[in-house]
Design a protein around this ligand. Structure first.
Ligand code: NAD
Length: 420
């Protein structure tokens, strides 16, 4: 299998590698399931032209990849980032299919993105861009077809804009057409922290299995955005100590532990983790190789490479980000005995509460924060234990066990619905 190649080629190769023991062709002869499950149902590429505040027009590439809907409507986040490519969006959409099947929620997988330096835009430009994307997609997204959600550089604000633009285009209220909205617009309590919180639920299960007490454990977090911040916060609530952290502009450390809540306020105020009182600046690479119990990559893809993996000193890695570990690095970490809670499980808390939001929107009846968190915790613990048991039985990594269970579920649904 290729260790390099495009992100999608690698994502597809990994999927097919994990599908091999399942013998899909033998189990479902003539259905071409391996091929069907690794090519997108529909890919939309668009030119998005945006009028800037000064009257100029800028042109961006925009994408939505609807990968597979055998288990339910397409579901997946929307990313605004200068490095977004069609290839990346396809890979992220494939991972979404696996993820929704891992936590057993009735959705397929999709992803969207716009290649834009979003942080550089003014607030009015941001709103115009987001609403334009929603209007261009108005006939392709909706509560029963494809439900977007936040991802890198998008959050509740963007989801409220999406929902309003879609309502103007379609002439009706459909709160369930997007998830991750502000609570006032039908968002679910607990959605904002769901990805980071869920990451820690699975991490703590892995820690328990491996005899590591979270109280006093040390952790490092790469990427201090939505997923990274709430993972760090939840770990600190369990007595963990955040000793190193980075964002796209800086990396800092303090071996006695950083005050996570104060760091969140500092990041909110200054836009960066740099110059946080009581911390010292470090090389960003030192976050990944920090001498700690837990490492949480929570930024972008391909952070832990084959060059970095041998230097990783953490005992457990919980992948809050999507695809942070390259294939070669996965093998090195497995052979070193580092436990990796894979992205398709570790960051599935976000899509799980997105599902809860969709359910609440459809019944127009809302749950308490406690109800959301209890249901989320149970679902992630169940998924973790199912995957852990399979991994132990087959003597494979948690990632392989997670993929096998997910692929089995999607393949069965695809076969049952027939060949056409
Ligand atoms: P975000 O935009 O809120 O935060 C991303 C953070 O990563 C920012 O702090 C940014 O500065 C930092 N970053 C970017 N490049 C970096 C680098 N090279 N080194 C260190 N830090 C860097 O995005 P997010 O929603 O937290 O998403 C982060 C990851 O989590 C992505 O892989 C995303 O797909 C995944 N994820 C997010 C959700 C969700 O609900 N938000 C759900 C599932 C998965």
């Amino acid at each position: 299998m290729p260790s390099n190649g495009s992100l999608f080629d690698r994502a597809k190769a990994l999927f097919l590698h994990y599908a091999e023991p399942l013998q899909l062709n033998k189990r479902y002869p003539d259905l071409q399931l391996a091929e069907r499950l690794t090519s997108p149902d529909k890919s939309i590429t668009m030119r998005l032209s945006l009028q800037m505040d000064d009257g100029r027009v800028e042109v961006y590439d925009a994408f939505r990849v609807q990968f597979n809907d055998d288990l339910g409507p397409y579901k997946g986040g929307l990313r605004f980032h200068p490095q977004v490519t069609f290839d990346e969006v396809k890979a992220l959409a494939l991972w979404m299919c696996v993820k929704t099947a891992v936590v057993n929620i009735p959705f397929g997988g999709a992803k969207g993105g716009v290649t834009v330096d979003y942080k550089r835009l003014s607030i009015t430009e941001k709103e115009r861009l987001t609403k334009k994307f929603a209007i261009m997609m108005a006939n392709d997204i909706g509560p029963d077809t494809d439900i977007p959600a936040p991802d890198v550089n998008t959050g509740p604000r963007e989801m409220a804009w999406m929902s309003h633009a879609w309502r103007m285009a379609r002439g009706k209220y459909e709160r369930a057409m997007v998830t991750g909205k502000p609570v006032e617009h039908g968002g679910s309590l607990g959605r904002v922290e769901a990805t980071g919180y869920g990451c820690v639920v699975t991490l703590l299960e892995a820690a328990r299995d491996n005899g590591i007490d979270p109280a006093g454990a040390t952790c490092a977090v790469q990427g201090f955005g939505n997923a990274g911040q709430y993972a760090a916060l939840e770990l600190s609530r369990h007595g963990g100590r955040l000793i190193a952290v980075s964002d796209s502009r800086a990396a800092i450390a303090n071996s006695s532990g950083l005050d996570v809540e104060a760091l969140m306020r500092h990041k909110e105020k200054t836009g960066c983790v740099a110059d946080f009182p009581g911390s010292k600046p470090i090389d960003p690479m030192e976050v990944l190789t920090a001498n700690c119990d837990f490492l949480v990559p929570a930024a972008l893809e391909d952070a832990i490479t084959k060059e970095i993996a041998p230097q990783v000193r953490a005992k457990i890695i919980a992948e809050a980000a999507n695809g942070p570990t390259t294939r070669a690095a996965m093998d090195i970490l497995f052979n070193k005995g580092v436990i990796v809670v894979p992205d398709v499980l570790a960051n599935a808390g976000g899509v799980t509460v997105s599902y809860f939001e969709w359910v609440q929107n459809r019944q127009e009846y809302f749950w308490t924060h406690q109800e959301v968190i209890e249901r989320l915790t149970k679902r992630l613990m169940d998924a973790y234990r199912r995957i852990r048991d399979r991994a132990r039985e087959e003597r494979v990594s948690l990632r392989q066990a997670a993929y096998e269970g997910a692929i089995e579920r999607i393949a069965m649904a695809a076969a049952e619905r027939g060949a056409q």
